[in-house]
Each structure stands twice: as structure tokens, then as C-alpha cells.
Design a protein around this ligand. Structure first.
Ligand code: PEP
Length: 251
């Protein structure tokens, strides 16, 4: 059976005191949930304290970005080895905010994906179309190209050790969620595209949905056959919402 995963993306939010309260509530709320793989991807400065709080719990942690380079004169960058020092399991690569606000293109995202895997981190590879691309019927082509860049560089089997997050850009932080059927259609498209290259890899691949997932819509999204959990922004900062979303993995 495919692994289902809910991962929180805190973005540039939080402080030591709030993180502590949030994580203690999340740990208490998800302990004992069946089949619930849960993670939080936090800002770099909090990795040490998050590790302290989450070690020994069933909540994993990771980062939201990483350098494609191992080390060097690269002011402001953070390497995969540094993330491993804090026992990160996951790292998000290619989030749409990195792509649009920080100019990350498919090639760079693929390099980050490769660097993450080389270090033993599980990349959560974000793909998704803008509203303009959806309206001009190029969404599938955009997503295909985003995946192709990674597959060409790392091989399709690399997806055995990765998570893909389908995040329509028009649904991120906007309160507009893709309908379960809209999301399912794209997830099926992604899985079929990968199956054409390797059916076993496609069958085992965790494909999360992300984009305004809340406590009140998670269950119907996660009930779709090709949706294997979610990447959660805003609602991951609210313990009750996040716990409800994690609980929806069980249905
Ligand atoms: C995200 O940041 O990946 C995301 C999906 O955000 P939100 O849930 O707030 O739309």
C-alpha cells in the first residue's frame, strides 16, 4: 500500500515559543493515529529546537529549501549535510514561491532534488500550474516539464525515494481549493505519465495535494484514489486544523 503523508509547510512563520506550543499540541493530537505519516517543514533557524521537541515522536521534520551545492563560498545558503546534521527526513524542493519569487527554474529544482537524495533526504518535489496556464490549457504540459527535468537528471527510479506534491499555484494561500475531482484528474495524469515509464514506481509514489487544504476539506480530497495526503501551508500553523487534516488520512 502507498504511503500517505501530511506535511506542514510553515513558510516564514513561527517563533520559539509559538513553535513549542504548536508542536506539543500536534504531537499529542496525532499520537495514536493509524496510518498517519506526519511531518513539518520549518524555517532553518528552528531545526535544532524542532529536533529536540520531535525526537522520539511520530512527527518527522524537514526544511523548505536547500542548496544544490555541497559547500563553498555561497553566502546565505544551507547544504543538505547541514540538514542531515539536524536529522531532517524531508526537504521541499521547487515550491511555487521559490519558483516565482526566487526565480528557481526546472533545472535548478532538479539539481536540488538530486542533492537532497544524494544526502539521504527525501525531496518533496512541488509541481503545479498557474491560473493563466490552467486557463490556457497548458497545465498538463507545465507539470510534465517540471517532472521531466527531474526524471532526466535523476532517473524515474529516483521517485522511489521522493514525494511529489501537486500544488496548483492558484490554490496556494488563496482559500481556493481545487475540487477533489480537479485534483484527482491531475494526480491521475501524473501517475499515468510516470507509469508509462515505470509502473511499479508510479504505483508506489506518494502524490500529495497542496493548496488551501483545511480541516473541512481534507477528508474529501484524501479520499480520492490518487491523492496520498497533503502539503499544508496556512493550516499547518493552527494545531487543531492540522490535527484534523492528519486525522483525515485514516478515512
Ligand atoms: C503551501 O505552502 O504549500 C500551501 C499549500 O499553502 P496553503 O495550504 O496555505 O495554500
Amino acid at each position: 500500500m502507498r504511503k500517505k503523508l501530511v506535511a506542514g509547510n510553515w513558510k516564514m512563520h513561527g517563533n520559539l515559543a509559538e513553535n513549542n506550543d504548536l508542536l506539543n499540541a500536534v504531537v499529542a493530537g496525532v499520537t495514536g493515529l493509524r496510518d498517519a505519516n506526519v511531518a513539518v517543514c520549518v524555517p532553518y533557524p528552528y531545526l535544532a529546537s524542532v529536533q529536540e521537541i520531535l525526537r522520539g515522536t511520530n512527527v518527522a521534520w524537514g526544511a523548505q529549501n536547500v542548496s544544490q551545492f555541497d559547500k563553498g563560498a555561497l553566502t546565505g545558503e544551507v547544504s543538505t549535510a547541514m540538514l542531515k546534521d539536524f536529522s531532517c527526513t524531508y526537504v521541499i524542493v521547487g515550491h511555487s514561491e521559490r519558483r516565482t519569487l526566487f526565480g528557481e527554474d526546472n533545472k535548478l529544482v532538479a539539481e536540488k532534488y538530486v542533492a537532497a537524495q544524494k544526502a539521504g533526504l527525501i525531496p518533496i518535489l512541488c509541481v503545479g500550474e498557474t491560473l493563466e496556464q490552467r486557463e490556457s490549457n497548458t497545465a498538463e504540459q507545465v507539470i510534465e516539464e517540471q517532472l521531466k527535468a527531474v526524471i532526466e537528471l535523476a532517473g524515474v527510479e529516483s521517485l522511489n525515494k521522493a514525494v511529489v506534491a501537486y500544488e496548483p499555484v492558484w490554490a496556494i494561500g488563496t482559500g481556493k481549493t481545487a475540487s477533489p475531482q480537479q485534483a484527482q484528474d491531475v494526480h491521475e495524469f501524473i501517475r499515468k505519465g510516470i507509469a508509462a515509464q515505470n509502473e511499479i514506481v508510479a504505483d508506489g509514489l506518494t502524490i500529495q495535494y497542496g493548496g488551501s487544504v483545511k480541516g473541512n476539506n481534507a477528508a474529501e480530497l484524501f479520499a480520492m484514489p490518487d491523492i496520498d495526503g497533503g502539503l499544508i501551508g496556512g493550516a499547518s500553523l493552527v494545531a487543531d486544523d492540522f490535527i484534523t487534516i492528519c486525522s483525515a488520512l485514516q478515512n
